[in-house]
Ligand binder design. Sequence first.
Ligand SMILES: Nc1ncnc2c1ncn2[C@@H]1O[C@H](COP(=O)(O)OP(=O)(O)OP(=O)(O)O)[C@@H](O)[C@H]1O
Ligand SMILES: [Mg+2]
Length: 328
Amino acid sequence: MMMNESRSSTSSPGSGGPLLEVKDLDVCFGARGRSGEVAAVRGVSFGIAPGEILGLIGESGSGKTTVARAVMGLVRSATGSVRFEGREMLGLSERALRKVRRRLHLVFQDPYDSLHPGMRVREIVEEAMKIHRVGDRASREAAISAALEEVDLTPSSRFTGRYPHQLSGGQRQRVAVARAMVLDPALVLADEPTSMLDLSLRSGILEILKRHRDTHGTGYLFITHDLALARHLCDRVAVMLGGRLVELGPTEAVVATPLHPYTRMLLQAVEELAPPSSSRAGYPINDQAQESYATIASGLQEVAPGHYVACYEMSQPTLDRPTTEKEE
Ligand SMILES: Nc1ncnc2c1ncn2[C@@H]1O[C@H](COP(=O)(O)OP(=O)(O)OP(=O)(O)O)[C@@H](O)[C@H]1O
Ligand SMILES: [Mg+2]
């Protein structure tokens, strides 16, 4: 199920074919060249293999949600290329997108917003199956029970008749995950799915996601501010800053040898909370790699197998920030 060879590249040109391949993605909101223009995503490239969990990390406003929405085909101004299961998503008609979206699911940041307050759990989980005309009533009923059991809402009959306000925050989030899983998507885009939850609830949801990945081979793009959490969950991590990817690599490599100053800063913040174990061992970066990313001004450089870093001035690190509304 795991496709390690695909993991060693920004674009996963593995022999089995990547699940998702994003190349040179640009998203600009507002008229280009006008005041108020926001370059939300700039030249972002990465791949996700089947069964892989890629963490997308970065500060607020760095463009993470915009990447996920562009992958779903929800951002009309996106340019570049987003190939999902080999098919180009950008520029697809709404009708064609609807078909593809059965294989893709977006789990939102806030379960309060995403669960309709007037719908019962049964209807919430069933909705996507109805939209995509999957199964008959009996088979849908069975699928709803199975999905609820899979997220540990057991026995499912206790929950199917409830409205969102009759559930705890953690249970609501589980319903959102069950709804994502019921169509057995190939790729789940999870946008801060645990940020509203406290620590004990979080680990429950994360275990559910991991288990689902292991049993179904689902790929995940897992968006979070939280590097500690990404470290626990993700096979690889991609770090965003100001709309660009600044580092991408196997989680262990990025944690052990963070190369970009921004990644180092993120890690330092985590380690102040929880000091690293003394076993943390990075690899030496050879002089040639040092030199190459000191002199090249843009793009990602591969400095170790599968470990990429954005180039920046070694002498004077400039963390190339975009003009965003928040800063104006
Ligand atoms: N529809 C839109 N119109 C105009 N600007 C937008 C739109 N959506 C996002 N932006 C801007 O694009 C930039 C990236 O936003 P995005 O929501 O992708 O950030 P994020 O990394 O998900 O942040 P957070 O961690 O706070 O969720 C921000 O400056 C935001 O204000
Ligand atoms: Mg966001």
